[in-house]
Design a protein around this ligand. Structure first.
Ligand code: ADP
Ligand code: MG
Length: 694
């Protein structure tokens, strides 16, 4: 794209090819991008402090006369300059210096410097302060403004950035950079916000008398103005993704509904009201000629699988294929077993494609998918692969979504073979997502919430026990199992190394087998072959095993209602969402269930907090909010694909309360000011969007 010459960085004095390249490393390619490169903190150099009043760790400008300058040969050679004003004496210490510098600090020379005072060998010292020699004491008043500190990179000093910025700000002042105010002026008036130009000028050069406090916590109106704009840009980019998916159109599915009736009639239970309501919302989507993009949230055990199955009926009965995708082999296998059990009696053929499906089995699968023989296809990420071609894919269901990113979601659009139409998409999350995150990371999706658990569940009692009471816990497992219950023993390691995790689980299984010879003990972990895993899960489900030792592979989806006790080793290493997921494997039947969090002492602060939250609550929505507070948004979503890591001025936790308003504003802009949509997205997400390749 040709750049407006008015935005060209070479308009600035001193910018040549080399500096241009360095600026690129800071994602600055135009004057506009330079102006949006905002300080991350400020220094107050607007007044000279008395040397005698300085305190430890206080940054300050001081001015004084050189008393002495000596090179010291201690542990490390250094130059110590004593500087005095009428209030006191302080030392400047330099570890790197040259002869020229040594000469500058002649006795009696007048020096102004900026640095942070710290306690050192000779009392308060300033280490490597920025300094300047003065001709006379009244020379150049100190700066009248706060000094901005910018994110920098190798080869570009703060000083350099400040000088460049000063020039750029001059252009901004005299309106010779084309930087449009993209927000409707009424909004600024209504929200009491400055214009873009005012906001930028202010943030790069705040007057010295500003409330620094305000600037630091992001509450100044100049910041609010930019935060609002950035959040808007994100919302709009989601809108845009959504409209891209939806502009293709989708098949209208309005069958008689017989298949769903048959499915429900064959169940040993009736769907809850929440399951019915959410299914209704989905069926309504599917009956429209626009691709569905819906997020189904429901707590662990709320019965999302049945909702998926009921939705699938609508597509299947209309003659379309359905793909059901899960993030792990175990979960996908389990869905395959359930779905086959539900659908084969109704005359629907299921198909399977896992990551480890190879050779002949794989070819047969691909063949069945391509010919349409396999009507309901279940699998893992493998379903995303290029060779997988459907005959008529009408609905994609992604279970336990938050490991797939927005852009992966979009790639599904290509999977249908529907004469230019897109399949409908349904996304089901394993654990609830806090409202603010859902509103930002999933703003392109409609949302349904299954806010009710099937009847007859008994609450899970959760206790935290330190590992010096391990024997007691083992005894408890034994007595529970002897009483007819089944139990999980979950081994965790934070390291990504699957090998280590599996090793830990193997050791534990061996140890427990030795100590509990009367129990039938099984072991599953990620390194077993798919068939081995499936066989062990089936044995556990059939109660041919009493105790299942496992890694976190059983985290999602595993459903064995008779299991009523879970021991989680080293729970302090896991996040809350994961703990909640794991614990959700028990409490699925009508007997009282227990979860033992077997932690290692000493616990860290956050470790303690997390275990407390787990003991306090079993409500996934509450736990998700707590998780967000403890860990922050980036960690909670656990993905770099959300685009949220690119937030520059906004902070979801701090600014989350703006989101409902931002959402309305985004819709308003989209409908009434379409011409500002692309420029706003480019301004704030240009880079990220370009790399995403959509
Ligand atoms: P999740 O929402 O965690 O995916 P599942 O779909 O695995 O939950 O359902 C959990 C368990 O609840 C399963 O054993 C399922 O058969 C059962 N279940 C689902 N819906 C109902 C219902 N309406 N009444 C009773 N049990 C149900
Ligand atoms: Mg599930």
């Amino acid at each position: 794209m040709a750049m407006d010459p008015q935005l060209d960085l070479t308009r600035l004095k001193g910018v040549g090819p080399k500096l241009k390249e360095q600026l690129q490393r800071l994602n600055i390619e135009s004057l506009a991008e330079l102006l949006f490169h905002l300080p991350f903190r400020y220094e107050d150099r607007s007044r000279i402090q008395m040397i005698g009043s300085l305190q430890h760790q206080q940054p300050a400008v001081i001015q004084g006369e050189v008393r002495s300058a000596d090179v010291l040969f201690g542990k490390r050679r250094s130059m110590l300059v004593k500087l005095a004003d009428h209030s006191g004496v302080i030392s400047l210490r330099f570890y790197h210096f040259n002869a020229k510098q040594k000469n500058q600090f002649r006795k009696g020379a007048l020096v102004r410097c900026y640095g942070e005072a710290r306690r050192g060998a000779s009392g308060l010292e300033l280490y490597h302060p920025e300094y300047q020699l003065l001709d006379d004491a009244s020379e150049e008043l100190p700066e009248a403004r706060l000094t901005p500190v910018y994110p920098a990179t190798e080869g570009i000093s703060q000083q350099r950035l400040r000088l460049l910025m000063e020039q750029a700000l001059e252009f901004l002042r005299d309106d010779s950079v084309p930087l449009n105010d993209l927000l409707p002026p009424q909004w600024l008036a209504e929200w009491h916000l400055p214009t873009l130009k005012q906001a930028l000028l202010f943030l790069h050069q705040p007057p010295a008398d500003v409330q620094l406090e305000q600037l630091l916590n992001g509450s100044h109106t100049a910041q609010r103005r930019l935060i609002l704009e950035e959040l808007l840009a994100h919302q709009l980019s989601m809108h845009r993704l959504r409209s891209k998916v939806q502009q293709d159109g989708a098949p209208v599915m309005t069958p008689a509904g017989t298949l769903k009736q048959q499915l429900v009639a064959a169940l040993p239970f009736t769907p809850t009201n929440a399951q019915q309501r959410v299914t209704g919302e989905i069926l309504n989507d599917l009956s429209k000629p626009v691709p569905t993009l819906r997020l189904v949230q429901g707590d662990v055990g709320s019965g999302k699988t049945l909702v998926a199955a009921m939705a699938a009926c609508q597509a299947l009965e209309s003659g379309f294929q359905v793909a059901l995708m899960a993030p792990t082999e175990i979960l996908a296998e389990q869905h395959f077993i359930n779905m086959t059990r539900w659908f084969e009696p109704l005359g629907i053929k299921t198909g399977w494609l896992g990551g480890k499906t190879r050779g002949k089995a794989r070819n047969e699968s691909l063949q069945a998918i391509a010919s349409g023989d396999a009507q309901l296809v279940i699998g893992t990420h493998a379903l995303f692969q290029d060779e997988v071609q459907f005959q008529q894919l009408g609905l994609v269901i992604i279970d336990e979504q938050h490991r797939f990113g927005v852009h992966q979601r979009l790639s599904l659009k290509e999977k249908g073979n529907l004469n230019g139409q897109s399949p409908h998409q349904l996304i089901m999350t394993a654990t609830p997502i806090p409202r603010t995150l859902a509103m930002s990371a999933y703003a392109d999706l409609d949302t349904s919430i299954i806010d009710e658990l099937p009847p007859g569940r008994s609450p899970i009692q959760t206790v935290a026990v330190s590992d010096n009471r391990r024997e007691e816990v083992i005894y408890r497992v034994a007595s529970a199992c002897q009483g007819g219950a089944q139990a999980y023993w979950v081994c965790t390691l934070i390291e990504e190394s699957e090998a280590l995790q599996c090793q830990a689980a193997e050791n534990t299984a061996a140890e427990l087998t030795e100590q509990l010879p009367n129990l039938r003990i099984g072991l599953v972990h990620g390194r077993l072959k798919a068939q081995e895993k499936a066989a062990i899960m089936a044995q556990f489900k059939a109660h041919e095993l009493d105790l299942l030792v496992a890694t976190t592979v059983i985290e999602v989806g595993v459903d064995v209602p008779n299991a009523s006790l879970m021991v989680i080793e080293n729970p302090e290493r896991l996040g809350l969402a994961q703990l909640h997921q794991l614990r959700g494997r028990v409490g699925r039947g009508s007997v009282a269930s227990h979860c033992v969090l077997l932690y290692k002492t000493p616990l860290s602060m956050t470790g303690k907090q997390r275990l407390q939250v787990m003991r306090d609550s079993q409500d996934g929505f509450y736990i998700a909010e707590q998780d967000l507070m403890i860990r922050g948004p980036g960690e909670v979503l656990g993905t770099r694909q959300t685009g949220l890591q690119t937030l520059r001025v906004a902070d979801l936790q701090r600014d989350g309360e703006l989101l409902p308003a931002v959402r309305e504003m985004a819709t308003h802009l989209w409908n009434n000011h379409p011409s500002v949509v692309d420029p706003l997205i480019d301004r704030w997400l240009g880079e990220a969007e370009r790399f995403a390749g959509v």
